[in-house]
Write a protein that binds this ligand. Structure first.
Ligand SMILES: *Cc1c(COP(=O)(O)O)cnc(C)c1O
Length: 211
């Protein structure tokens, strides 16, 4: 019923990219997804990606690997070599170093700006109030190709309002994509306009507790 109404009256549904988050899982656990045709994956650590993905890329074409974890500037060179999309740009220093490394490598990677949507002190990301101006600076001052916003809402709270807030910030900043939603809340995120959902445990199973 809803789909029929959308078809008659609504905008065309946006397509949603499934970023399969393979962090902590070994190459043997990832290979079946590649064999089945899936190509978009997410990792949160540069060192781990370096250990796993070059061999997988040698076996499978067309892989698109997203960095979804925090990036230190001293790892930017490796990140630019290993990843195809950087989802966690959140400060000027990193934006500048990333651009320099991309020029050096001759790669212009699409990037997302990470927004600390719950304003949590322990979490990475730009302040929501600064998201739009930071996107503008990344584009105009640093010359990065910013394609979207990314967020991780606070644990233990209904995520819908945070996703809606990110969607509003995305419109304000003039970006096309929203990376939001994980195993527990990707349906809510899609309802709020996610174009990329980052799903790990629902695909790969439970991870060992972070050490
Ligand atoms: C681990 C992780 C995910 C996936 O989490 P699941 O709950 O396993 O789906 C998504 N986004 C980021 C940034 C992550 O670190």
């Amino acid at each position: 019923m809803i789909a029929r109404a959308q078809k008659r009256f609504g905008p065309p549904p946006v397509s949603v990219t499934l970023v399969a988050v393979s962090k902590t899982f070994p190459a043997e656990a990832i290979a079946p997804f590649l064999a089945a045709g899936h190509r978009v994956f997410g990792e949160n650590r540069v060192q781990e990606a370096k250990a796993k993905w070059p061999a997988l890329r040698a076996s499978y074409d067309g892989i698109e690997l997203h960095l979804i974890g925090p990036l230190q500037t001293n790892k930017a060179r490796e990140a630019v070599a290993l990843f195809d999309v950087i989802e966690t740009v959140d400060r000027d220093k990193l934006a500048g170093v990333l651009k320099a490394e991309m020029e050096r490598a001759g790669r212009n990677l699409p990037c997302f700006v990470q927004v600390n949507i719950g304003g949590e002190p322990q979490k990475a990301g730009v302040d929501p109030a600064e998201a739009a101006s930071f996107v503008t600076r990344c584009r105009q001052v640093h010359g990065l190709d910013i394609v979207g916003l990314m967020c991780i809402p606070p644990d233990g709270e209904p995520p819908g309002p945070y996703f809606a807030h990110l969607a509003a910030l995305g419109r304000q900043a003039g970006v096309e994509n929203l990376s939001m939603g994980m195993s527990g809340d990707f349906e809510t995120a899609i309802a709020m306009g996610a174009t990329h959902v980052r799903v790990g445990s629902a695909l790969f199973g439970r991870r060992p507790p972070a050490g």
